[in-house]
Design a protein around this ligand. Structure first.
Ligand SMILES: [Zn+2]
Length: 299
């Protein structure tokens, strides 16, 4: 059913299958690059993947901000390395463009609005969807995988744990069950799918690394990118939603594993220290509004 194509990630897959077959657990930090030797990606672009309004912030800050509404940003990222391109997350479906009703993963809780399409933003820098080598998914919530079907030629990179989770039997949290059902529908079975087992060095030179940070979902991942002028940047996925939550280790009630969520936040804190990295938090609107937006880029 799955096709393992293209180069770059293949050496990792051989290692991954050894680890799985051997019943060993990967020692996560050991698979991240040496800061002094990591290669460089060329450019990092922020794409506007919409914005949302949620009616109860306490879902993301348990015990605080009950009934208070909050606006979140929604961001996708595009990385150029040589003549290859990696897109990090794909936003809500483009069919939501300028729809005044918006689009939702959980209609009673949160509504997304989309002012620009991914396709148009790629075109603004001369790219077609078929130019994208890799589509890497932080996780399978609908606001990340809404446009995977626009990239049938790209290799989709996601954690095996995430792929298996969305097909697993329903649990006690009905919101989570709804999110899984939506994920199965939006993701389908990508033509070129690579299922990963933990940290993955995408280009084999330490420039772009998928970092296992489970807890928000079972196969959630973040991304570490190394740039010549900007240094190391960590793209959060949803390892945290707001800078304040990161400081307090606050775990949203929708997360599938509280202890794993806190461990992943601690891991990101260690990485910030090790790599002197900046953390770009996907849904933190106050921070996102200060960051460069395509066609501007980080290099
Ligand atoms: Zn999420």
């Amino acid at each position: 059913m799955l096709k393992y194509l293209r180069t770059g990630v293949l050496p990792f897959l051989a290692a991954a299958s050894f680890l799985l077959d051997g019943g060993l657990t990967a020692t996560a930090d050991s698979r991240l690059p040496d800061a002094a030797r990591a290669g460089f990606a060329d450019k990092l672009y922020r794409l506007d993947c919409g914005h949302s309004l949620a009616n109860d912030e306490s879902v993301w800050t348990p015990g605080e901000n009950v009934g208070r509404s909050i606006k979140f940003s929604s961001t996708c990222w595009l990385i150029q390395r040589g003549n290859e391109w990696l897109l990090w997350d794909t936003g809500v479906p483009e069919s939501a463009l300028n729809d005044p009703k918006g689009w939702s993963t959980l209609p009673e809780l949160i509504v997304y609005h989309l002012d620009k399409t991914l396709t148009d933003q790629l075109a603004a820098i001369g790219l077609k969807t078929t130019d994208i080598t890799y589509v890497a998914l932080s996780h399978t919530h609908g606001n990340r995988i809404g446009n995977v079907s626009l990239f049938p030629n790209s290799t989709v990179l996601m954690q095996r744990a995430e792929y298996e989770w969305i097909s697993s039997p329903d649990g006690p949290n009905d919101n989570v069950n709804q999110l899984k059902a939506l994920a199965r529908k939006l993701l389908g079975v990508p033509q070129h799918l690579q299922l990963l087992a933990g940290d993955t060095d995408v280009f084999g030179d330490g420039s772009v690394n998928l970092v296992s940070t489970p807890g928000h979902t079972p196969g959630h991942q973040s991304l570490l990118v190394h740039l010549k002028n900007s240094g190391f940047i960590i793209l959060s996925g949803d390892v945290v939603h707001l800078e304040e939550n990161f400081e307090k280790d606050a775990v949203p009630s929708l997360n599938t594993d509280k202890a794993a969520s806190i461990a992943s936040m601690e891991r990101i804190k260690r990485m910030i220290a090790t790599y002197k990295a900046k953390l770009f938090i996907n849904h933190d609107k106050a921070q996102s509004d200060t960051l460069k937006l395509l066609p501007a880029f980080y290099d």
